[in-house]
Write a new protein. Structure first.
Ligand code: PLP
Length: 374
């Protein structure tokens, strides 16, 4: 199998699997006072410390959630609820559906401004400056985009927000472990992460909340200092902690491998006629290659590759099954035709030079065949 859909999800690292097997034996409720509860509680706190230290936060600023999606929903809904005097929010037009769909819903009650992006997918900071005011509850701009890999000028955006005393959230689901994520350097008040994009299991994520940020819970209950109710996903949280500890140890090594594979893929893909690269030429994640291929239906190519056990995506995994071309590709100005001719190759730490060579061979052949059929 050649798996080039690591932005959709990553395989669980075998060492994380081992950790999961170990903790399956621990059934105590972390809220219980007796020792088997305390043991589990301690492991959760160790995982919290791993996450916090990885992003330059304090342990008490990390709150575990069921996903990146929940973290994104919580950041925006929770801030709005805690700041009833505010009446508007500003988000980029290329956010993940967990933000965009929420904002569409919130439009019933709130003014939502969608920041346009240029043809490379970089947000227009002037737009933020023009639209932000004392009534803005929150600005949310993702650290890097899941479909085209463009990295946003998060530091500059946070300066604009700070000057206006407006809270700033960034979705770092696609950047953790790939580029530096440090909450103080980025200047964020809130930041989302997800375990299954970093070789951990699905169904667990976290929200970083800077100390003192006015935010309400969206799931009420005793756990997570009453900020996120629900008996903890103990296995998921501990596995997330392990996945993060591996990122810490192997970040440079993984980044180097991915950079080399990405370089080779790009160089070879460039040689094929009628291929357009999407995203910023430099300010982008090495791991994400989005290409539009003239004369090809992206979905047909994806299915043809899948018959050879090669896996890529047409856009974002989460948009699979949605009608029409991706909102991200539309926002960067692609025609419907080119947007539908787009595939995303996303590289992960388990890919090898052999995967790249094999992929390129099959890819070229299939593009030729599909073009011949017309
Ligand atoms: N944000 C981004 C940028 C993503 O790519 C994804 C998943 O594709 C999410 C949020 C959602 O994370 P989760 O799958 O944990 O809900």
């Amino acid at each position: 199998m050649i798996y080039f859909d690591n932005n959709a999800t990553t395989p669980i690292d075998p060492r994380v699997k081992e950790k999961i097997k170990e903790v399956l034996e621990l059934f105590g409720n972390p809220s219980s006072l007796y020792p088997i509860g305390k043991k589990v509680r301690d492991l959760i706190e160790e995982a919290r410390e791993e996450v916090a230290s990885f992003i330059g936060a304090k342990r008490e600023e990390i709150f575990f959630t069921s996903s990146g999606t929940e973290a994104n929903n919580w950041a925006i809904k929770g801030v709005i609820e805690a700041n009833p005097e505010k009446d508007s929010i500003i988000v980029s037009s290329i956010e993940h559906p967990s933000i965009i769909d929420l904002c569409k819903y919130l439009e019933k009650k709130f003014k939502v401004s969608y920041i346009p992006v240029d043809r490379y997918g970089v947000v227009d900071i002037d737009f933020i400056e023009k639209n932000i005011n004392e009534k803005t509850a929150i600005v949310s701009v993702m650290h890097a985009n899941n479909e085209i890999g463009t990295i946003q000028p998060v530091i500059e955006i946070s300066e604009v927000c700070k000057n206006k005393r407006v809270l700033f959230h960034s979705d770092a689901v696609q950047t953790l472990g790939k580029i530096k994520v440090n909450v103080d350097e980025l200047g964020v008040d809130l930041l989302s992460g997800s375990s299954h994009k970093i070789y951990g299991p699905k169904g667990v994520g976290f929200l970083y909340i800077r100390k003192g940020t006015p935010i309400y819970p969206i799931i009420h209950g005793e756990q997570e200092k009453k900020m996120r109710g629900g008996t903890e996903n103990v296995i998921g949280i501990i596995a997330l902690g392990k996945a993060i500890s591996l990122l810490k140890e192997e970040k440079e090594k993984n980044q180097k491998v991915i950079k080399e594979l990405s370089k080779k893929l790009r160089e070879e893909l460039k040689k094929i006629d009628g291929i357009h690269f999407n995203g910023h030429p430099e300010k982008r994640l090495d791991s994400t290659i989005s290409i539009s291929i003239e004369g090809i239906d992206g979905e047909a190519l994806l299915m043809a590759l899948a018959t050879k056990d090669i896996y890529v995506s047409t856009g974002s995994a989460c948009s699979e099954g949605k009608e029409g071309p991706s909102h991200v590709l539309k926002a960067i100005g692609l025609s419907d035709e080119l947007a539908e001719s787009t595939i995303r190759i996303s590289i992960g730490k388990f890919n090898t030079p052999d995967c790249v060579n094999e992929f390129l061979k099959t890819f070229e052949k299939m593009v030729k065949e599909l073009r011949a059929i017309g």
